[in-house]
Design a protein around this ligand. Structure first.
Ligand SMILES: [Zn+2]
Length: 907
């Protein structure tokens, strides 16, 4: 109920888009009218207005009974009933202090809307990672929903620019509807958006004010109420469980996306997560929206809201119309919200626009407006009070918390609560709806223009195409590349003939990605040699907001060639087959060799072990599997692995499935989550170990661990968290206030863990540590090495691809070739202390051409230095990765280094 007067004692301001005076009253009056008189498109209301006050449980039961009756009644009449408000339906108001709704409750309300309005359709996109319903609401007036397939087809015409001339585009834009897509609740601790989604949708389908009516008439609005339902429930359940305790407002004990935690919006171009896959299908295949809007929350004590324009740097490959229109929508929203009395809105600061990782920003490279809003947080649903003068500026472009051109009305302070976040997000949503409805024609026409320009550029200038030669080190990698590009809406073709261009040749079966496609910016950003747009200010380099490298060829370790000769491209004989069809594998004998060069071989080897077949590994790393020809063929087909007949096996080591423990701190670790995803994808089983479970306090504990596990994985986790649990802002502690986890969860591996881990290794265990974990491990175990680097080291590279050279003698480089592109996020180099070496340097940062892609300062601190150490300890070994071989499950080109470290040495 957005017309209810505020009782929270906040600083006074109008209460929302429709709350300001007359229009609010008018709207309330009209809604009353709807309930009593029911316009033609609504069935007779199920409830007289007076019944709205029925209490929660009663209301729900009554609803279910009546909904059943309505179902029967539906046989007699075509229209639906007038939906209830969330408060009426759920029995309590949304957005109250210290209260959050879980996913089942939200879904039940969305189903109610779906069943009782002809202006909304709830579409099941699939299931979340943990199997929850993943839904999208499609909202428009009745006509719009009836015509939605035709509207989609019209937008598609604006995308297929070769078949659509300017005159037709103008006609389509004038008569058509722009498509808006909201992705709410991406980050589960940013609780406002998914909660308010119920109120937003209710208002979108029931309100009769001119703005809402026009939005329904001019637009098709897609709205995903929650991009991560699993995390919503984790946060909501932990919060409700801890309300009233010292832990009220702390983060949950587990990662709030099962694999990605907060990183779930770093997956936009790569599509590792099922949620991203479903959304990419909506955006780049099924609907082609012009605007993609994420509503996030940021820190607590700065501005109340960030809106575009974005800060520099911007991407060189994005069409300027993407940015100009985002800025226009953002500035209009600042104005609208200011008119409603909102203060504390900042633009052109903190958030930049050159990174294609987030689900919304990936849209930039698809000629879609990826709009971001960031509202200040409370402590989940617990309100916070900010005394005057306590608020702070943060980020470039805002030196102090004071009035400036990009921050015209600073918020003075006061209470800040969930209800404020939701009100602000709702008002913001209406501003975007109003802007988009008013600019529907421009949005559509500009979408056409950007697509047309992309195709024309692809035809008019190099690169004209990218070729992925069929012969690659990893035979499965071109198919992976194709899969990722296709998820991003790119057409990938296959060559039927020999390709010759420039100095290059590639055989039949090579993949060809032509650049004269509407999504050319995405193609060039993913495959081309675009540099990170480095920014200087006052003679100093501005440090990037996030990661700075994402070139797909380097992440996947795939050789890609650029076609700079338009005439040569005309000689290519190309087809567009269904690449998802996997060709069957046939072997003839009951023994097969699967190559170490193929990533898929690891999954197949694990599957063979799980089936109980004999698996061996030969000195070059190839796996040998003994099973019937039929069984081998089936396994190979299932895992897209390349099985070859083999008669004679030389020296080979029997292998068993490694017993793996992976350390997960309380509160989770994103790197740990992504690592689990990598392990699962390749068929490795593992057990998560948590602080104190088991204890690692003595040699005996370490020896016990060695009886249970062969391998201990320490993903990249900061020293303080490894040792003591979350510290500083940690122990689950919110940034403000005294909230803290229960004592039992305020712990890490503990001060004696080094001794236990040494005993584990001495007894034959292999410890594999990644990046941030390695300095702690060196210190705790007393390993003979020094780690240099980290966020305060002599080099700075927040997410950068670096060339590493590999030592062919190490088992880690089996199937890898001589060098690789390594993902380095302020990682480490090492100085082994004991020469001559018992320690093996498995990889070094390259002596020359170190930087492959992204931002790097202080290269000299890394050049030629060891990047991976293998340190023998007793019967076992410690492997230290200075970079991330498995970063965000995206660095497939270096996965084999990690997987080889997990397997025992076959030699
Ligand atoms: Zn966020």
């Amino acid at each position: 109920m957005w017309c209810r007067a505020s009782s929270s004692g906040r600083t006074s301001r109008p209460q929302g888009f429709l709350r300001s005076g007359e229009s609010c009253q008018a709207s309330a009056g009209r809604r009353g009218l709807v309930a009593l008189a029911a316009p033609w498109h609504h069935r007779r209301p199920l409830f007289p207005k007076s019944e709205v006050a029925v209490r929660a449980a009663l209301s729900l039961i009554l609803f279910l009974v009546l909904a059943g009756l309505a179902g029967l009644a539906g046989l007699a009449g075509p229209a639906a009933a007038q939906p209830q408000s969330p408060e009426q339906f759920l029995g309590r108001a949304v957005g109250q202090d210290r209260d959050l709704f879980g996913w089942d409750e939200i879904l039940s309300y969305l189903d109610h809307l779906d069943q009782n309005s002809d202006r909304i359709e709830l579409i099941e996109l699939g299931e979340s990672t943990q199997g929850r319903r993943f839904v999208m609401a499609v909202v428009a007036d009745e006509q719009g929903l009836r015509d939605k397939d035709q509207i989609r087809a019209q937008v598609r015409e604006l995308y297929r620019v070769d078949e659509t001339d300017e005159a037709r585009a103008r006609e389509l834009a004038a008569s058509g509807r722009a498509i808006l897509a909201f992705s709410l609740g991406v980050h589960s601790t940013e609780v406002g958006a998914s909660q308010v989604s119920m109120e937003i949708l209710h208002r979108m389908v029931t309100a009769e004010d001119p703005v809402t009516v026009r939005a329904r008439e001019k637009l098709i609005t897609l709205l995903v109420p929650c991009m991560n339902p699993d995390g919503l429930d984790m946060v909501q359940q932990w919060y409700m469980q801890t309300v009233g305790t010292d832990a009220e407002g702390t983060r949950p004990l587990d990662l709030y996306h099962p694999y990605a935690g907060h990183d779930n919006n770093r997956d936009g171009f790569f599509n590792n997560l099922v949620e991203t896959q479903m959304w990419s299908r909506v955006l780049y295949h099924d609907w082609l929206p012009q605007m993609v809007i994420d509503e996030h929350q940021m820190g607590q004590s700065g501005p109340r809201l960030f809106l575009p324009p974005f800060d520099d740097p911007v991407s060189p490959t994005v069409h300027p119309l993407v940015y100009t229109q985002i800025s226009a929508a953002g500035q209009q929203a600042v104005s609208d919200l200011t008119a409603l009395g909102w203060t504390g809105i900042a633009t052109s600061t903190i958030f930049t626009a050159e990174w294609p990782g987030s689900v919304r920003s990936t849209g930039f490279w698809h000629n879609m407006l990826g709009v971001l809003s960031e509202v200040a947080s409370a402590r989940l649903a617990t309100p916070l009070y900010f005394p005057e003068g306590s608020l702070q500026a943060r980020g470039r472009g805002m030196d102090e918390y004071a009035r400036s051109a990009n921050f015209l009305a600073p918020w003075p302070g006061g209470w800040w609560r969930l209800r404020d976040i939701m009100d602000l997000e709702r008002d913001l949503t209406w501003s975007f709806l109003r802007w988009a409805a008013e600019h529907s024609e421009d949005l559509l026409l500009n979408f056409y223009r950007m697509n047309r320009d992309a195709v024309a550029t692809g035809r008019g200038e190099a690169p004209y195409a990218f070729v992925v030669p069929a012969d690659q080190l990893d035979s499965g990698s071109p198919a992976r590349m194709a899969e990722i590009l296709r998820a991003g809406g790119v057409t990938v073709q296959v060559a039927a003939n020999d390709l010759q261009f420039g100095d290059h040749r590639a055989g039949p079966g090579s993949l060809v990605v032509r650049c004269d496609q509407p999504f050319r910016p995405f193609i060039v950003e993913m495959l081309g040699r675009t540099d990170y747009p480095r920014l200087e200010q006052n003679g100093e380099t501005v440090r990037p907001y996030d990661v700075t490298a994402w070139r797909l060829s380097e992440l996947l370790g795939v050789r890609v060639l650029e076609v700079d000769d338009a005439v040569a491209l005309q000689q290519f004989e190309l087809s567009t087959p269904d690449l998802e069809a996997v060709s069957g594998q046939r072997v003839r004998t009951d023994r097969a060799r699967i190559p170490a060069t193929d990533l898929a071989s690891h999954a197949m080897a694990n599957a063979a072990l799980a089936e109980g077949y004999r698996v061996r590994r030969i000195s070059n790393g190839d796996f040998v599997i003994d099973a019937t020809a039929n069984e081998i063929s089936q396994l190979a087909t299932h895992h897209s692995a390349q099985a070859r007949d083999i008669d004679v096996v030389g020296p080979a080591a029997e292998i068993a499935a490694p017993r793996i423990a992976i350390f997960s701190p309380w509160g989770g670790s994103m790197d740990e989550g992504w690592t689990r995803l990598v392990l699962e994808r390749h068929g490795f089983e593992f057990e998560q170990i948590r602080p104190g479970q088991p204890d690692l306090e003595s040699k005996a504990d370490g020896r016990e661990l060695a009886e249970r596990f062969d391998v201990l994985l320490l993903p990249s986790i900061r020293a303080g968290i490894l040792k003591d649990g979350r510290s500083g802002t940690g122990n689950g502690k919110a940034r403000l206030g005294e909230a803290t986890w229960p004592e039992e969860y305020r712990s890490g591996l503990g001060g004696q863990a080094g001794e236990a881990l040494r005993a584990f290794a001495e007894a034959g265990g292999r410890i594999i540590a990644v990046s941030a974990s390695t300095p702690w491990l060196i210190d705790a175990m007393g390993l003979p090495a020094i780690a240099d680097g980290g966020p305060d080291g002599d080099s700075y590279a927040p997410g950068t691809l670096l060339r590493v050279t590999l030592d062919a003698q190490s088992r880690l480089s089996m199937g890898m070739g001589e060098e690789a592109s390594a993902y380095f996020a302020n990682g480490y180099s090492y100085r082994p202390r004991a020469w001559p070496l018992p320690t093996q340097v498995a990889a070094s940062y390259a002596q020359s051409d170190l930087l492959v892609a992204g931002f790097l300062d202080g290269a000299e601190a890394l050049v030629g230095r060891p990047a991976i150490l293998q340190i023998p300890v007793g019967e076992g070994e410690v492997v230290l990765f200075g970079f991330h071989p498995q970063r965000r499950a995206q660095t497939e080109g270096t996965f084999k280094l990690l997987l080889n470290a997990i397997w025992p040495d076959p030699r």
